[in-house]
Ligand binder design. Sequence first.
Ligand SMILES: Nc1nc2c(ncn2[C@@H]2O[C@H](COP(=O)(O)OP(=O)(O)OP(=O)(O)O)[C@@H](O)[C@H]2O)c(=O)[nH]1
Ligand SMILES: [Mg+2]
Length: 460
Amino acid sequence: MPFATTGTIAAIATAIVPQQGSVGIVRASGSEAIDIAKKLFHAPGKQVWESHRILYGYIRHPQTQELVDEALLLIMKAPRSYTREDVVEFHCHGGIMAVQQVLQLCLEAGARLAQPGEFTLRAFLNGRLDLTQAEGIADLVGAKSPQAAQTALAGITGKLAQPIKKLRADCLDVLAEIEARIDFEDDLPPLDYEFITAELQKISLEINRILATAEKGELLRTGLKVAIVGRPNVGKSSLLNAWSRSDRAIVTDLPGTTRDVVESQLVVGGIPVQVLDTAGIRETEDTVEKIGVERSRKAAESADLVLLTIDASTGWTPDDEEIYINVKGRPLILVINKIDIVETRYIASLHPGEINNVVKTAAAKNQGIDALETAILEKIQSGKITAAELDFAINQRQGAALTQASSCLEQVLLTIEQDLPLDFWSIDLRGAIYALGEITGEEVTESVLDKIFSRFCIGK
Ligand SMILES: Nc1nc2c(ncn2[C@@H]2O[C@H](COP(=O)(O)OP(=O)(O)OP(=O)(O)O)[C@@H](O)[C@H]2O)c(=O)[nH]1
Ligand SMILES: [Mg+2]
C-alpha cells in the first residue's frame, strides 16, 4: 500500500526558504495532534484550548524546556478541519530553523512525517473532497497565471465534479431501467428504446463537450514554450527584452552576442508562456558559440511555438532560408524585426508566400509586441475558446477517463442498434459508470490515488 494513512502525521506546510518568509507553518493531523501540541506548546494566562481558536505562546522542548520559538497555535478539532481529523498548526517564525525544529519535536512526540499529499488524501478518504477537488488544489498551488489559478479554483469548488456526478447518476438511472427488465421482464412495461437511446446520446454529447476543454486545461497548467530563433543580430534578444519589459538578455550590435538560451516567464492572454531567447544560428568555429547554436536548435525543437525572426533591413537571406527549412512544419510565426529602418512598402515582399503568420516589430523601439501576442493567441485558440472563458478544465487523467466513458457509451448505442440482448447493454453501461466514477473518486483504485497524491508537495 503506497499510503499508510493511519497515525498522526506532521509536516512543514509552508515553502521552506532559508532566511526568508515571516511565518512558517508546521501542521499535524490525527487523533494525537492535540496531545502533541499540548506537550510542546505553552500558552500563558487563561487561554482556552478550544477548536478554531488561536493561542499565543511558546514552543519548548518537552524534556529540557529549552525555548524553540515564540509562536501561534491554531486548533481545529475533527470534523471541522481540512482532513476532518484533529488538526493543529504551529505558526512559527519564518526561515528554516524554527519550523524544522518544531517538526522534529512533533515527530519525537509521536507523529510521523507525512507523505506528499497525505493531508489531502485524508481529506479525500474522509469524504471532505472528491478527486477533482483534490487535483484542483494541486493545480492551484502549481498555477503559473491568474487564469490557471481561476480554473484550478473552479475544480476546488466542484464545478467539474458536479456535471460528472450528474452524468454518472443519469447513466445509473438508465442502467436501473435496463437491469429491471433483465430481472423482472414480465412484470414491467417494455423498455422504451427511443427514450433510452436519446438519453444515452444526450449523456454522450455532454461528455464530449467536457472533453473539448482538455487541451486548454493542459495549456493553462503547463504553459506554452516559445523559442525565438534566427540569424545573429536580427534582434532576438531585443525582442525578449521588449516583450518582458526588462534587460533580461544582453543586446549589442555584434553578431553572436547571445551564447546560451535565456529564459523569461510571461503571461499571454492568461496562458503562462516561457520565452526562450537563443543564440543566433550560423556556421562558426568558435567552440562556445557552436554549443550555443546547438542549444538554439534544441530549443526550437522542444518549443511549442517557434518565432522565426528576421531583419527587415537585410530581407530574407539564404541563411534565413536554411533556418526556416529546419523549423518548417513546426507551429511558427515569422517576426520581421527592425521595421523602423525600412520603408513600409518593401516589407510585404520580405518572406516566402507560404508563411502566413507574420508579425512586424521594431523590438528596439518596443513596437509590435501587442501584435505578436495577438498572433500567438490566434495560433493557440483552436476551437475559439479563450482561456478566460473556461469555467473549468480537465486534466489528462480526467480526460482519459472521459474518453473511456465516451467509448463505452458508443458501444452501448451500437449494441442497441444491433438489437443484442440486454445483458450486453448493461456491461458497457457499467463501464461508462465506472469511468465517470473514477474521475470524482466514487470508484477508485489504489494506483490512481498513488498517482494523484504523489504529485502534491509534502505538507499539503
Ligand atoms: N533599428 C533597430 N535596431 C534593432 C532592433 N532590434 C534590435 N536592434 C539592434 O540590432 C542589434 C542586435 O540586437 P540583438 O537583440 O542583440 O540581436 P540578436 O538577434 O539577439 O543577436 P545575437 O544574440 O547575436 O544572435 C543591436 O544593436 C540592437 O540594438 C529594431 O527593432 N530596430
Ligand atoms: Mg541575442
